[in-house]
Write a protein that binds this ligand. Sequence first.
Ligand code: NCD
Length: 283
Amino acid sequence: MHIISTKNFTTEKIKTWLDLAKKISQSPQNYSLAGKLAGTLFFEPSTRTRWSTEAAMLRLGGQILSMESAKENSSDKKGESLADTFMTCSQYVDCLIVRHPQDNIIQESVYASSVPVISAGEGSTDHPTQALLDLYTILQHLPDPTGKSILFTGDITCSRTATPLAKLLEPYKMQVIVEGCYLKDYNSNVDYVNDIYTKLPEVDILYMTRHQTERSHPRDVSKFVLTNALACTMKKNAIIMHPLPRNAELLPEVDNNPRAVYRKQIKNGMFVRMALLYDLLKW
Ligand code: NCD
């Protein structure tokens, strides 16, 4: 089994993973992957996804074989296809965790791997583990998000975190609001708005993204900047999320606002990835 696209997740599987993440966060000593080896192949920069995945494996007692800057340091540089890299690397490890800048390439190459593959983000199309940790964080704060609202802002069209999360939230029939950009590959109802300021005091979740400079076209991305004064106009129990990294759109002065949960997202990322690794690799 591979974890590559949120499209293939069943409600049952999502529940299993999130329940397991909670149990692991409460008593990690009960879960062991000692003797298992995971390989990370990152063809694109990463701080949180790579470290949280590697920390997850190590905290479970497993081991990691890590290829950073794989564009430069792997045989990709010599023209090797991702499929051939999968065919090769999957001979050495029990699972592969892969990030790649090209849309759909992990999905198209995974057939060549003889071990499970976890996508750590693929072009602008999907980032399944981020969507799961985002959902996990939302459910911690809003145990029943049915009918609540989520406002996406930033470079939503080129972000790979917004659409997968919106899809995981579909069963909750939330009101999905998008500022400025367009939520691609998403067929359910979306309220597109230009005036974010009147929406802020109404929404339950604000989900921010940075300008995806490495893949967005030179065009107008949201100029919105969240200050602490603006954050304070939001409902008291609303939450502010960001997959990070942030640029200018989210001021550090918001970090201590009780609505800001992006530090929790960071930590939750490790527990959710521990759950995924454990589910895939347990003895
Ligand atoms: C995101 C990513 O890489 O898509 N970061 C992450 O994995 N936490 C968001 C981004 O790069 O903007």
